[in-house]
Design a protein around this ligand. Structure first.
Ligand code: MN3
Length: 234
């Protein structure tokens, strides 16, 4: 089971899955809010507790509710997985595209952060790939920060595995690099939310400062397994 799917499957469902036919997958509708694996104040001072509570408990939940509403009434879309939705993103009604993106992007985002000092570091395999594709970790971070600052309005900045290399891309609103009409497509390895709601609690409008300090709460262990799954096991 991929980490993408397993991150959405409650342990009870996992326990039942061995017996249930067909196997249930919580990456299908109705979608639900994944639990955080850390306390609300665990990412301070980069992400303050109040911001995290609002961002996870209210904003993310809003995307999920709207997505469930939109697809549960549509027999063509009910039962589709997020990956299936993204593969035909260009043909989706905006309400489905935006809210499916919002759900996936935020679910990914919570897992790619960890309390300071617990996130580890890039694995030897990922570190080597970073050097090949960017020159150094510092150069990758700089390019990622620049792409995040350059995103006009709201969106996301990503490190993705394109199938042959690591690349940095930014997407508007709740788009993501799994969508079929993105210029750069690939499997997400890292992502940062550059909507102002993600950082204004601590940084007001200083997105660049947020992007720079965000590295201290990156969960490299998660990035390592995403990279291993995308690039090393194929
Ligand atoms: Mn957000």
């Amino acid at each position: 089971m991929s980490t993408f799917v397993s991150s959405f499957v409650p342990s009870l469902v996992l326990a039942l899955a061995a017996f249930a036919v067909p196997v249930m997958s919580a990456s299908e509708a109705p979608f639900s809010l994944p639990k955080l694996t850390y306390e609300l104040n665990a990412l301070e001072p980069v992400v303050d507790a109040q911001t995290l509570a609002m961002h996870h408990g209210q904003l993310h939940k809003t995307y999920i509710d709207a997505l469930n509403n939109a697809i549960m009434n549509d027999p063509k879309m009910e039962g589709l997985t997020l990956s299936a939705l993204f593969r035909s993103a260009s043909k989706l009604p905006p309400v489905v595209r935006d809210n499916a993106g919002g759900h996936y992007n935020h679910s990914f985002f919570w897992t790619i952060m960890a309390p300071k000092g617990t996130g580890g570091e890039p694995s030897p395999a990922l570190a080597a790939r970073i050097v090949t594709d960017f020159g150094s970790l510092e150069q990758m971070e700089e390019k990622f920060e620049k792409a995040g600052v350059a995103r006009v309005g709201s969106g996301w900045v990503w490190v993705v595995w394109t199938g042959s290399k690591l690349a940095i891309t930014s997407t508007r609103n709740q788009d993501n690099p799994l969508m079929d009409d993105m210029e750069i497509q690939g499997a997400p390895i890292l992502a940062n939310d550059v909507w102002e709601h993600a950082y204004s609690g601590t940084f007001q409008n200083r997105r660049g400062e947020y992007l720079k300090s965000w590295w201290s709460v990156v969960n490299w262990k998660e990035a390592n397994s995403r990279f291993a799954e995308a690039a090393l096991t194929k």
